[in-house]
Design a protein around this ligand. Structure first.
Ligand SMILES: *Cc1c(COP(=O)(O)O)cnc(C)c1O
Length: 412
């Protein structure tokens, strides 16, 4: 009989979102008509910018004419898209990133998983706790861990706690790690990293020959002008970092699918025979072999994100969600809760009151306010005692949800 990749069997059965759905459905069945508001989902709610839709419609028409029809495109993405990304997202901020270091893809979720294809199985891997679960699960699937313990921590991974005590910025590991996942602005905590903090990580990585996987999916939400948008704003990063970007959260492409990964040509890693090889050449080979590029139509939609009209619309979308986040922060604070994040990120990270566990607070909010959030413990053991509230929703829902919470919780 054929055998399986048994590492998959170590995965803690997709616990978080199915368990949320189970509890919400059970409550809704027992209380028909309860007006439940979901502030738990990390998905956008507002429609695609008109500039992107118009560009995609034009691209569909291009596909209908022999002269402008497109078949297979470059696996790495069309040059016109890679050039506008390199110029507007990086060179305009003083980052030395060239168009041929940008690889357009259908999502940074898959890129953060796929990147493991080109690294060795003997690396020591560090993740923050709490963490975006994709980083952990893809390492489990690749056989880079042992089994999970009762706290949900996998043997062999190095967990770096991010809590209120350290300002939600992971401290440098005391041991040597080879691959480090960082996500700023952070999902789920909404925390940001300063230039000094990222410089410390880059210095650590260069000292130890480590590679930083920097997930900047939420960079568009940065409003503080002192905060870096890209790790490539940090000196030395071209020797130690890969950056993941996405059009999902800024331009609402979660259902449209377009993202990109930046692999600097100056990033080197070691082969088994000790020789030093550019990581770029392996990623280029991996993408050319296993990927056939993003649809021409979608890439035209992504290109329009950089047009004057597209930029204005994206800015308005981000401002809309950030105003939701501001309302959530303000109202939860007035209700006596300690809140973090939500200033340069679409997530507000809430300390549960009276020492309630994340799940107890989840049940309490659901039963008393009919509001659904995400238990912090679902993102890692150090998320216990916290709760994520997402700003991705309509203004009406945010206002109504906050009014309900205000009426149930009184300041301490
Ligand atoms: C939403 C999100 C992404 C984007 O994923 P896509 O596959 O591009 O939609 C990446 N990283 C984090 C942490 C996210 O929350």
């Amino acid at each position: 009989m054929a055998t399986l990749n048994s590492h998959y069997l170590k995965l803690k059965a997709g616990y978080l979102f199915p368990e949320i759905a189970r509890r919400v459905n059970a409550y809704a069945e027992a209380n028909p008509g309860a007006p439940i508001i979901r502030l738990g989902i990390g998905d956008v709610t507002e429609p695609l910018p008109a500039a992107c839709r118009q560009a995609m419609i034009q691209a569909v028409n291009d596909m209908g004419e022999r002269a402008s029809f497109k078949g297979y495109g470059p696996e790495q993405g069309y040059t016109w898209l890679r050039e506008v990304i390199a110029h507007q997202d990086f060179q305009s901020r003083g980052c030395e990133v060239n168009a041929d270091e940008i690889f357009v893809s259908d999502g940074s979720k898959c890129d953060t998983g796929n990147i493991l294809d080109i690294f060795g199985d003997d690396n020591t891997i560090a993740v923050t706790d709490p963490v975006y679960p994709v980083y952990v699960d893809t390492n489990v699937m690749a056989g880079h861990t042992g089994p999970a313990n009762e706290r949900g921590e996998y043997e062999g991974l190095v967990y770096l706690p991010i809590t209120a005590e350290n300002g939600f910025t992971a401290e440098l590991p005391s041991q040597k790690v080879d691959l480090i996942y960082l996500c700023f602005p952070n999902n789920p905590t909404g925390a940001t990293a300063t230039r000094e903090h990222l410089q410390a990580w880059v210095d650590y990585a260069r000292t130890h020959g480590s590679v930083i996987f920097f997930d900047a999916a939420y960079e568009a939400f940065i409003t503080d002008p002192s905060l870096p948008h890209s790790i490539f704003e940090i000196p030395g990063s071209r020797e130690c970092a890969i950056e993941f970007r996405s059009f999902s959260k800024n331009a609402g492409f979660t259902g449209t699918r377009c993202a990109f990964t930046v692999v600097p040509k100056s990033l080197i890693a070691k082969a088994a025979d000790g020789s030093q090889v550019p990581v770029w050449s392996l990623w280029n080979r991996r993408q050319s072999t296993k990927f056939n590029g993003v649809s021409y139509i979608i890439q035209r939609g992504a290109e329009a994100v950089y047009s004057p009209a597209g930029r204005a619309e994206v800015q308005a979308l981000v401002a809309f969600y950030l105003e939701n986040a501001r309302l959530i922060r303000e109202e939860l604070t007035a209700a006596g809760l300690a809140v973090y994040g939500g200033v340069n990120a679409p997530y507000v990270w809430v300390k549960t009151p009276h020492g309630l566990s994340s799940w107890d607070f989840f049940d309490k909010l659901l039963h008393t306010c009919h509001v659904v959030g995400t238990p912090g413990s679902g993102f890692g053991a150090a998320g216990e005692g916290y709760f994520r509230v997402s700003a991705f929703n309509s203004r009406e829902n945010v206002i109504e949800a906050m009014a309900r919470i205000r009426s149930q919780f009184s300041p301490v």
